[in-house]
Design a protein around this ligand. Structure first.
Ligand code: ADP
Length: 345
């Protein structure tokens, strides 16, 4: 990875030095598609200089919120402000305060990197020497100064994603909106991308909003909003959210949801713990999970097919708040977290 320009060389984003308004402020934001409620009364803020994740399974409302923040769509109710500007009543100023990187590639492969940036700059009213200077600055920022004259089609997927970032930054926004930024990137390119986002935050004070359905990616964020069916189910730093779960997460597998419901009741009575049934699994939170496992397996011989004990993950936070798993058959790869250690009995 090429070294980025130093903070002294780089200019601070204009809006960041402005009114001190939050990078994003949502108040009771709702959206309906006909009779289908996609966003249901969301209220939270994203502070200047934080990397904020919007985590949720498919259908939770991430794209809808992203489109509203990008001013592509008006919300049905409530308000969304970017750097203090209402996306409904001041869309132009909201747009000027944010750089948007969509999931789908927006680069012209047959043009050079610099030409792509020039086009984007013109869209934001930049031209001449200022645009050239901005173009050089953002390319330095994403470590691609030496590729300015190359056709985009000659760049790797990870490098192209960095050009997308540079495009989003051309007008010095204080906020970057990124829709599922890791999609299609190999692990190395993902690591690079996150390193660049942290540099943008630390050296430029840029705020970043990332939508993701990958827990692994959400772990990189300073704070998260976890969505389920258009509702906010959790808000906070990943470590903070996980720490709210007491002790270890213990899972007892049975042969069927019915057997799990029976076992859950018995475990609850015998050990005075709160249990939850998720499919054919009984799930509970307990200090010293390993010790508890021995007791529970001895207490109910033949009723438990398998057990696992693990430190709480974001998946556990999601289950605790919603009562169901994050991923479904339609969304099987969403966990992105290591499978807990499993011991068969
Ligand atoms: P996500 O990005 O988290 O997968 P979306 O914002 O795409 O979620 O969808 C949220 C809900 O709104 C889902 O129930 C989805 O089916 C519905 N939805 C999304 N777009 C439309 C649309 N154009 N018309 C009707 N319903 C939609």
């Amino acid at each position: 990875m090429t070294t980025l320009e130093s903070p002294a060389q780089a200019e601070r984003p204009a809006a960041q030095t402005g009114t001190g308004a939050p990078a994003i402020a949502l108040e009771n934001l709702s959206h309906d598609y006909g009779t289908r409620r996609a966003l249901d009364g969301l209220s939270f803020t994203v502070q200047p200089g934080e990397i904020f994740g919007l985590l949720g399974p498919n259908g939770s409302g991430k794209t809808t919120l992203f489109r509203i923040l990008s001013t592509l769509m008006m919300p049905s109710g409530g308000s969304a402000r970017i750097a203090g500007f209402d996306v409904t009543t001041e869309p132009t100023r909201a747009r000027q305060s944010s750089g948007i990187v969509f999931q789908a590639r927006s680069l012209d492969l047959k043009l050079t990197v610099a030409e792509n940036l020039m086009h984007q700059g013109h869209l934001y009213g930049l031209s001449g020497a200022l645009l050239k200077q901005r173009s050089q600055q953002v390319l330095a920022r994403v470590g691609l100064s030496d590729r300015a004259g190359d056709l985009v089609e000659t760049l790797s997927g990870g490098q192209q994603r960095r050009v997308e970032l540079a495009k989003g930054l051309i007008h010095s926004p204080a906020l970057l909106l990124l829709d599922e930024p890791s999609t299609g990137l190999d692990p190395g390119a993902r690591r690079d991308l996150w390193q660049y986002l942290r540099i943008l935050r630390d050296e430029q004070g840029v705020s970043v909003l990332v939508t993701t359905h990958l827990m692994e990616e959400a772990e990189h964020c300073d704070r998260l909003a976890i969505l389920n069916s258009g509702k906010l189910v959790a808000l906070g730093a990943p470590a903070e959210l996980k720490a709210q779960i007491g002790g270890d997460v213990v899972q007892l597998e049975t042969v069927s949801p019915w057997a799990a419901a029976q076992l859950a009741q018995k475990v609850q009575q015998r050990f005075s713990v709160t249990t939850a049934v998720v499919g054919a699994t009984v799930r509970l939170e307990r200090e010293h999970g390993h010790r508890f496992l021995t007791d529970v397996v001895e207490a109910f011989p033949g009723e438990i097919e398998g057990v696992s004990v693990a430190r709480p993950s974001l998946e556990d936070v999601f289950i605790q708040r919603t009562g169901h798993r994050f991923w479904t058959d339609a969304n099987p790869d969403a966990a992105g977290t290591p499978t807990p250690r499993k011991e068969k009995h």
